[in-house]
Design a protein around this ligand. Structure first.
Ligand code: ADP
Ligand code: ZN
Ligand code: ZN
Length: 806
């Protein structure tokens, strides 16, 4: 029996400390409450105290010395499990996946197992004030609702005349079961009436588990909607009318109509069908512009998967997980849909997790972590907006949801469908190689509307022409003509590599954060300088602290400043004026719960309006009446030392262009840039992906970047710079010699160097990059080096396999 790791191990403990487990101690009376099975939490001895662990494997080994006894198991080191603490959270598949994750991403097994446990719902050891450890069974509780259900006497019961409340309740319960809370919301105090009815056997009051979030935007979980009133009739006698809007399980669900598929959708669906029939874990990349009907295609594929008795999991970028998105799946599959993402409260997530575990949910829609919910028998995984960086987790285990999904469908014989208007270079390249990857195209919008024309505006030329404004003359003219006709515009401020900062025009000094290696962002309000990594704040100096010059210039522009300039511009615009709302969407305005949705509703509900925002507006927004899209600064991220900079620029322009002209009116896109000749920008403006790839792929091949290599980024960080540096340099040497012995042709290790963000929140960061041919098993080769490392006191080391950024 292998068992049980210390549950707090994720926070830095060494993997090797996990005890090889034990036989069940039958003397413990509690172990019979929860049999020890794969997936359950168990209490185990751990040093001089006890710890919570999870069972990942159970086998019969006979006795030490038997043939079946594993040689790796030292009987003297075995300890007994104290007792089982829970029902299984995951099954053998989950345990296998956790172990695969731990190997693939060189991560602590405990951090991987944790992905499979219910949010807030697992027992843990807590360190009390008295210095003792104590077991906390479960942080999140379950919530019960009281329901009124039919009693044995209900059918024959005759309420007394004028007993209005009795009459109303009896009438209501005869139509279906009701929540006590909903009844009393309609009828006021009813507890004495209910008690009376209960004592007569007319109704019964029962407790039932409530799904938190059921009333929120995300939700219709099994429940009953009641509407009605208690009123007085004209002659003064009270009367009651109560109607039951719906009953359990269907909850007002009317399936939304299914459109007839376009020929393109039909043939794409046929490709998915064949992959499903072959059942060997194939990947289908759906390459289709926004509005080409990808979601409709997913819905059909899910429908077929469900019909075969299997389940489906749909991943959507967190930011696109809006009620509208969820609504499309609920509209087709009703209460079979569970939702899981990080903006939900822990209680809501716990309840959804349980709902999935019960087997009642057949479709899970969620962010990347939805992959680990206890959905059994997955036949289809959909990853929408496959190119999104958010499918990679940036803390341990640093998994890539696309890779995990691929592993899962290979195991289960399911299909992975990945959709995007701008598939990642890796996905496109894999499809080009054939094998288990197929690409299907949906080149046209479902409504037959053409893609909007994209125009590149050369800001350098504008500048030479004497304009110093942030809006080019073309963009101003475009805004005026569209807004004055009552239409809408979307403006994108590319925030990557772009924020306002102070610069001394005499000596070039830029105020920087004392604890991070970044320049401070200038905030108009209060003339403050703020570090966006650590929150450090100071008052902006009036003269240069280096040379005393008074010529400190503000460079760059945040969304606030763009908003202010835009406001001034619109206010003075004939036919537009101060009434046209500007809706700003950035990290500041969308931090509150539901803020994102509120802003979008405001935009949708306005006539003429401008939506101004950062990258987040490029994702999944679907507004019919946007006729103008402007990109204020297309080029800023091209300067970042990031091998994906060009790809990201290309895909951002393509994504945001897709927001224009989706309905009857033609759309127009203006892309402002100081690098009008850049191939990523040029190619995006003509929707010419081939041209972009022809320029980009050779660069990646020569400079040894994915998809031509696989990479591991070995991160080293700590507060003491010399020790961070020493560790990084030692790791480089160790990796080099290790790879000489165990690696193969085409392997390389780059010398230790500071990260692009070399200092963050007072922590120094170095890294060592390892590259190998794509077909080699990078993790397996380098893992032993890290598994065997003794932890250092003040230096942390982590491996990031297939890193998003370097
Ligand atoms: P995507 O996910 O690629 O952006 P959607 O599936 O959301 O595309 O489709 C865009 C719009 O076209 C939606 O309003 C959708 O209802 C509609 N649509 C999709 N497929 C069809 C079809 N076959 N016939 C008519 N309308 C469709
Ligand atoms: Zn200066
Ligand atoms: Zn800082």
């Amino acid at each position: 029996l292998r068992a049980a790791e210390r549950s707090g191990l994720a926070s830095g403990g060494a993997e090797g400390t996990c005890g090889l487990g034990a036989g069940v101690d039958d003397a413990s009376p509690r172990s019979r409450d929860y049999p020890v099975e794969v997936g359950c939490a168990v209490l185990v001895p751990f040093g001089r105290r006890q710890a919570v662990g999870f069972v990942i494997d159970v086998f019969e080994a006979g006795l030490p010395g038997d043939e079946t006894w594993p040689s790796s198991l030292d009987a003297r080191k075995l300890k007994s499990i104290v007792r089982g603490l829970s029902k299984p959270y995951f099954d053998e598949e989950g345990a296998a996946c956790a172990q695969w994750l731990a190997n693939r991403y060189i991560a602590p097994l405990s951090s991987c197992v944790r992905l499979f446990t219910p949010p807030g719902g697992i027992p843990r050891m807590v360190h009390g004030r008295d210095g003792r450890w104590r077991l906390e069974e479960q942080k999140i509780g379950e919530v019960d609702d009281r329901w009124v259900v039919a009693g044995p006497e209900l059918s024959t019961f005759e309420p007394r005349k004028n007993a209005v409340r009795q009459e109303a309740i009896v009438a209501a319960v005869r139509t279906g079961e009701l929540r006590v809370s909903e009844l009393s919301a309609q009828m006021g105090a009813i507890s004495s009436t209910l008690r009376a009815l209960e004592s007569k056997g007319v109704v019964r009051i029962v407790r039932r588990r409530r799904m938190r979030g059921a009333d929120g935007a995300l939700g219709s979980l099994p429940g009953v909607a009641v509407s009605g009133t208690l009123a007085e009739t004209s002659d003064g006698t009270p009367s009651a009318s109560i109607s039951i809007a719906s009953t359990i399980a269907s909850d007002g669900f009317t399936p939304s109509p299914k459109p007839v598929l376009t020929p393109g959708q039909e043939s794409a669906l046929a490709v998915i069908d064949r992959a499903r029939e072959r059942a060997c874990g194939e990947v289908v990349v759906v390459d289709g512009v926004t509005g080409s009907g990808k979601t409709e295609l997913y819905l059909r594929a899910i429908e077929k998967t469900l019909a075969e008795g299997r389940t489906a999991c749909v991943l959507v970028p967190e930011i696109s997980l809006t009620p509208q998105t969820v609504g499309r799946f609920r509209g087709r599959f009703g209460d079979l849909v569970a939702v899981m993402h990080s903006r939900m409260s822990q209680g809501e997530r716990y309840d959804q997790w349980d709902f999935i575990k019960s087997g009642a949910a057949r479709v899970v829609v969620g962010a990347r972590s939805a992959l680990f919910t206890p959905l059994s028998n997955i036949g289809l995984i959909v990853i929408d907006e496959e190119h999104e960086g958010s499918y990679k987790q940036d803390s341990a285990p640093r998994y890539d949801a696309r890779e995990v999904a691929r592993w899962m469908v290979e195991r289960s014989g399911g299909v992975l469908v990945m959709g995007s208007a701008t598939p990642s270079i890796e996905a496109l390249y894999a499809c080009g190689q054939g094998g288990s990857w197929t690409k299907v195209d949906l080149p046209d919008r479902a409504n037959g509307k053409p893609l909007p024309a994209v125009e590149v505006v050369d800001m350098a030329a504008e500048f030479r022409g004497g304009s110093r404004a942030m809006f080019s003359r073309k963009l101003v003219e475009g805004l005026r003509s569209e807004l004055s006709l009552g239409r809408k515009a979307v403006l994108l401020l590319n925030q990557r590599g772009f924020a306002k900062f102070l610069l001394c025009r005499d000596c070039g000094f830029v105020p920087a954060c004392p604890s991070c290696d970044t320049s401070l962002t200038y905030h108009e309000r209060g003339r403050m300088l703020v570090c966006h990594h650590c929150g450090h704040t100071e008052i902006a100096p009036a003269v240069c602290p280096e040379c005393g010059s008074p010529y400190l210039k503000k460079f760059g522009a945040g969304t606030q400043r763009v908003e202010a300039e835009l406001r001034a511009l619109l206010d003075g615009m004939p036919g537009v004026g101060p009434d046209v709302p500007i809706i700003r969407m950035d990290a500041d305005t969308t931090s509150g719960k539901g803020a994102h949705e509120r802003l979008l509703e405001q935009f949708a509900g306005s006539d003429a309006a401008v939506l101004l925002g950062t990258q987040m507006i490029a994702k999944g927004l679907d507004f019919e009446d946007v006729t103008l899209v402007g990109v204020i600064n297309a080029d800023t991220q091209l300067h970042l030392p990031d091998y994906r900079a060009a790809e990201r620029t290309f895909s951002l322009i393509e994504q945001v262009a897709g927001r224009a002209g989706r309905a009857d009116l033609p759309g127009r896109v203006l892309v402002q840039t100081y690098e009008a000749d850049n191939v990523a920008i040029r190619a995006a403006a003509t929707y010419d992906r081939e041209r972009f790839l022809r320029a980009e792929l050779p660069k990646r091949r020569i400079l040894l970047y994915p998809p031509f290599v696989r990479m591991a980024n070995v991160l080293v960080w700590g507060r003491d710079e010399p020790s961070v540096r020493t560790t990084a340099e030692r790791l480089f040497t160790e990796l080099e010699s290790h790879i000489r012995d165990f690696g193969g042709d085409g392997w390389s290790v780059l010398p230790a160097s500071p990260c692009v963000l070399a200092k963050l929140r007072g922590v120094y960061r170095w890294h060592v990059v390892v590259k190998c041919p794509p077909e080699d098993d990078l993790s397996r080769v380098i893992a032993p080096l890290f598994r065997a490392r003794a932890p250092e006191a003040d230096v942390n080391v982590a491996v990031d396999i297939d890193p998003n950024d370097l």
